[in-house]
Design a protein around this ligand. Structure first.
Ligand SMILES: Cc1cc2nc3c(=O)[nH]c(=O)nc-3n(C[C@H](O)[C@H](O)[C@H](O)COP(=O)(O)OP(=O)(O)OC[C@H]3O[C@@H](n4cnc5c(N)ncnc54)[C@H](O)[C@@H]3O)c2cc1C
Length: 422
């Protein structure tokens, strides 16, 4: 008995050995949280450095979080899954955490949050430094290829090495988005091997391919517009902002904001379209009246010249061509029916969406490890004791605006808290 007692005491005093696979936002947050709780933390990263997606985020500025976080900003089969994480680790918790590692934040009027330095580099650096201070064993160039479990302890394998005796394992390997930065489906393969369901993945926050010659002709032209997504001929949301025509179709914030819905519908084999409102500043009636007045008062002027006062001179000839109107036609020669058609196209220039621009160009991925078998309060697997998931490999995808990074921080934090105590 005394021996057993001593053995238990020794066990209780020994730091808990925790493995984290993936050194992205979720993995780094998990590593710091678990190490602060006294764990013996090992972080495995396949790249030669941690945090490569953090560095690329927000065009190098890192839109790190958002002050208003609701389940409605996220999409997945179980949309309420994120509620617990957003409550347990909200923006204020995150801000406090950032202060604790010396990272100051700036909040934009629209609620988007960036590091005060405006540099993603400082985010990566301070997370990494905190890991080093806490003696997290960061193993880079260490792609985990296999994970075994015996009696609730985990053994991790790379091609050449074996790391054993982990009492808890957090899989935070991200998604297939941006493979050039380390994106892959390894975590989903591991999850599947542990008996978790994997939902089909699709690129999100990504450009859209359109079946039309006009985007290619307009490639490189930027404007502001309002887009509407059409699924099976029904409107499914609008987004406004920058629109960039590309050789394949459209990109820019207005297009990215509709891409999750478009990609999901395409994956389901539904018919997807997008319409561009080039003049969202006008109500239809107001625009009709303005166009009517202009054509009446400038009868000698070409319709192209008239349009150039309203939309980009680069877009005007293509829009006219799509309406089958010769740009050299004088306004006097434009009949009521043609004018009506032009008005409609200015407000609803319609295109068929054929596909997304793919994982390589996507910021995030939808689908992934089903949240059905994950405890939303702890990110613990309901199938295996000591197994946790965090970040983008889960079937949770956020809107643009700092939501994806926030979910990575929050889920990494919750997983590590639970992994440290169980
Ligand atoms: C260009 C770009 C810009 C973005 N901008 C923003 C933004 O401004 N705001 C925002 O909120 N979100 C942004 N995102 C999305 C955001 O970066 C991700 O949602 C977030 O980084 C996900 O964190 P994660 O830890 O789950 O995954 P990741 O950051 O992808 O980290 C997973 C890590 O696991 C590693 N890994 C994978 N498999 C293995 C393995 N077998 N063994 C070891 N390591 C492995 C990978 O190399 C990677 O480093 C952007 C994404 C991209 C690509």
């Amino acid at each position: 008995m005394p021996f057993l007692h001593l053995f238990r005491l020794y066990g209780a005093l020994m730091p808990r050995k925790i493995a984290i696979v993936g050194g992205g936002a979720a993995g780094l947050m998990a590593a710091i949280t678990a190490a602060e709780a006294g764990g013996d933390v090992w972080l495995f990263e396949r790249n030669s450095e941690v945090g490569r997606k953090i560095l690329a985020s927000g065009n190098g500025r890192c839109n790190i979080s958002n002050t208003t976080l609701h389940a409605g900003n996220f999409f997945g089969q179980n949309r309420s899954f994120v509620s617990d994480a957003l409550h347990a680790f909200n923006f204020h918790h995150f801000q406090k955490f950032c202060r604790s590692i010396g990272l100051f934040l700036q909040i934009q009027p629209d609620g988007r949050v960036y590091p005060l330095t405006n540099e993603a580099k400082s985010v990566k650096m301070l997370f990494e430094e905190r890991c080093e201070t806490l003696h997290v064993k960061i193993c880079c160039d260490a792609p985990i290829t296999r994970i075994d479990t015996v009696a609730n302890t985990y053994t991790l394998h790379t091609q050449t090495q074996e790391f054993e005796g982990f009492e808890a394992l957090i899989i935070a390997t991200g998604s297939e988005a941006a493979p050039q930065l380390g994106g892959c489906d390894d975590g989903m393969r591991f999850a599947k091997a542990f008996g978790h369901e994997i939902l089909p993945t699709y690129p999100s926050l990504v450009g859209l391919h359109l079946a039309s010659p006009y985007p290619q002709a307009l490639s490189g032209v930027k404007t502001t517009a309002e887009l509407t997504l059409w699924i099976d001929r029904e409107a499914h949301g609008t987004s406004g902002g920058d629109l960039l025509f590309t050789a394949y179709g459209i990109s820019g914030f207005a297009a990215l904001d509709l891409s999750q819905g478009a990609a999901y519908a395409l994956m389901q084999g539904r018919s997807v379209g997008v319409s561009i409102n080039l003049l969202p500043q006008f109500q239809t009636q107001e625009l009709a009246s303005q166009l009517g007045k202009l054509t009446a008062s400038m009868r000698e002027r070409t319709i192209y010249a008239l349009l150039c006062g309203l939309i980009s001179s680069k877009i005007a000839p293509h829009l006219l061509q799509s309406c089958r109107i010769d740009p050299a036609t004088p306004c006097a020669g434009i009949g009521t029916k043609t004018l009506k058609h032009l008005l409609h196209t200015l407000r609803e220039w319609r295109f068929e969406v054929t596909q997304t621009h793919g994982f390589k160009h996507a910021e995030v991925s939808g689908g992934g490890v089903s949240t059905e078998m994950i405890d939303p309060q702890t990110m613990a697997s309901k199938r295996h004791k000591g197994l946790y998931f965090a970040g983008e490999l889960l079937d949770v995808v956020g809107e643009r605006g700092g939501y994806n990074l926030h979910f990575a921080w929050a889920s990494g934090y919750l997983a590590a808290k639970a992994a440290s105590r169980s």
